[in-house]
Design a protein around this ligand. Structure first.
Ligand code: ADP
Length: 277
């Protein structure tokens, strides 16, 4: 995918996604996550290559896809004058839902916005707007859900609520969600796709990702200023005995004691390898 200004946002991307599944798309800011999500939601057409749904090109199945897809883009705006209910009613009409009122009432309850149903969109907090965004994506419970940073602006309790909701819904759906927050996907995603600089660095299960980092993660006590050179420091903790560091590297120096990788270590290892190439 190359944007009109010449920016190549994705290259050599090849992915096979199957239902049911909860897939986490991970990568730093600017990695290409939103671009990939827009392509999969047919909100944007790739400048080369193809995307197929059940073997048929997305350009031919676009209408069918739109009827089956719940999509939360990163920015949905311009609806400030509508109330939450009116906005969802509008989205329900676009989706052609047969009993919109019941569906809207149900989804407003699921996202815990009953008290805000008659409030105008421009009076909502960031987290409340985000919950309206999730609500419109879930309206009618479509079989495909593509959610771009769904947990942005949500407090920890709400994040856990939605994480569990997505996990439940993924039992018989394909959900793809992008995030740069590891905890959002750690306990719920069966498949991870890590991208950086427009390329896929990893695709597999969280366990496989952790295994790939084994032997590349360790801890050490910071004694000299030259320690840490060539390592990616993932944590630095001041303790009564000194500064304890956690680091990832292709080859760990002798003074680093190997440790079991966490998913966050594994992610940082992948990204650091990609950057150092
Ligand atoms: P992410 O969602 O991972 O933060 P994006 O997909 O938004 O990344 O962006 C990937 C790259 O493409 C970035 O370098 C970004 O600046 C660039 N980009 C995104 N949208 C456009 C656009 N409309 N025109 C030009 N460049 C873009």
């Amino acid at each position: 995918m190359t944007y009109p200004n010449g920016k190549q946002a994705l290259q050599d991307v090849s992915l096979d996604l199957h239902t049911p599944n909860l897939i986490g798309l991970l990568g730093p800011n600017g990695a290409g996550k939103s671009t990939l999500i827009k392509l999969l939601a047919a909100a944007q057409i790739p400048t080369s290559g193809t995307i197929q749904l059940d073997g048929v090109s997305l350009t031919q199945t676009e209408r069918l896809l739109k009827a089956q897809l719940g999509y939360l883009p990163q920015d949905f705006g311009l609806f400030d004058e509508l109330t939450v209910f009116q906005f969802l009613d509008y989205m329900a009409a676009l989706k052609g839902l047969s009993d919109p009122k019941t569906a809207i009432q149900e989804i407003i309850r699921v996202v815990n916005l009953e008290e805000k149903a008659t409030s105008k969109m421009d009076t909502l907090s960031g987290g409340q707007r985000q919950r309206v965004g999730i609500a419109q994506a879930l309206l009618g419970y479509p079989p495909f859900l593509i959610l771009d940073e769904p947990t942005v602006g949500l407090d920890p309790e709400e994040r856990i609520h939605f994480r569990n909701l997505f996990s439940r819904l993924a039992q018989n759906r394909l959900i793809l969600l992008s995030t740069h927050i590891i905890e959002d996907i750690q306990s719920v995603c069966n498949q991870l796709v890590v991208i950086d600089h427009g390329r896929i660095l990893f695709t597999g299960t969280p366990t496989q990702m952790i295994q790939a980092a084994a032997g590349h993660v360790g801890v050490f006590w910071e004694r000299q200023s030259n320690q840490g050179h060539g390592l990616t420091i993932t944590a630095r903790v001041n303790t009564s005995q000194g500064i304890r560091c956690r680091a990832v590297a292709d080859i760990l120096p002798d003074y680093v004691q190997p440790d079991e990788p966490t998913l966050e270590d594994a992610y940082l290892y992948l990204i650091s390898r990609g950057t150092n190439k």
